[in-house]
Design a protein around this ligand. Structure first.
Ligand SMILES: Cc1cc2nc3c(=O)[nH]c(=O)nc-3n(C[C@H](O)[C@H](O)[C@H](O)COP(=O)(O)O)c2cc1C
Length: 208
């Protein structure tokens, strides 16, 4: 075969690869979500919204178990699972937490709250010592989605990284020194319907 023919073949193959790649990118960009319509998991993720007011109805023990297990099913860097969970059901404790900081007020309104704590000493050390924050965030999101999937409402209320909140929550809950309170998630039946915000922003996505 002549060298010019090899060159033509090489260029044609390159063209096919580039075209296939462009077609793929275009299909991703133009994709609608109709192929997952009806999928309950996707729908629960898309329709979750923070809930801060609750009725007096109390979620069942098995619901609470689901929340805890969903939380611990979260992904975790190196699978270190540097987390703890505390379930607050005692009104006195919930009220003391709710009264301490304005952002924790929903804890006082909810029949229960799940406290997500990190254990920095149980994840990577040195440069990776902040990984527990990512793991606790994932845990919190799992709890919120599981709550929503069961018809409950919840909201993540920040404790970490504010030192005043961390110190007070540690004191009120008598947490050990090795543990950092990351967030509180009041959970209950929503007092009113809450619609999910549309956060989709195509401009925040790029394809390469
Ligand atoms: C780490 C974290 C901490 C948050 N802390 C609070 C909080 O202290 N108080 C509160 O009312 N909402 C808190 N939120 C909830 C956000 O305000 C809420 O997610 C945001 O307004 C978007 O609304 P959505 O959850 O309904 O989509 C927190 C959310 C995250 C992720």
């Amino acid at each position: 075969m002549k060298s010019s023919m090899w060159l033509t073949l090489f260029l044609a193959a390159g063209l096919v690869c580039v075209s296939a790649r462009l077609a793929y990118v275009e299909s991703v960009v133009k994709a609608d979500v109709s192929d997952v319509n009806g999928d309950e998991t996707i729908e629960d993720i898309m329709t979750r919204a923070s809930v801060r007011r609750f009725t007096e109805a109390v979620p069942t023990d098995s619901m609470v178990q689901v929340l805890l297990r969903a939380g611990m099913a979260a992904h975790s860097i190196g699978n270190k699972q540097p987390w703890r969970m505390t379930v607050l059901v005692d009104d006195e404790i919930k009220d003391s937490v709710a009264g301490a900081f304005r952002n924790l007020k929903p804890v006082g309104d909810a029949p229960l709250a799940i406290v997500v704590c990190g254990v920095p000493g149980e994840t990577y050390q040195g440069e990776g010592d902040g990984y527990w924050v990512a793991d606790c965030s994932a845990m919190a999101q799992n709890v919120n989605i599981a709550a929503h999937a069961m018809g409950l409402g919840s909201v993540t209320c920040a404790v970490y990284p504010r030192s005043e909140r961390m110190a007070k929550v540690k004191e009120l809950l008598e947490l050990p020194d090795s543990v950092v309170p990351f967030a509180m998630i009041p959970v209950g039946y929503p007092k009113a319907a809450n619609t999910a915000k549309d956060k989709w922003d195509e401009n925040k996505v790029s394809y390469k």
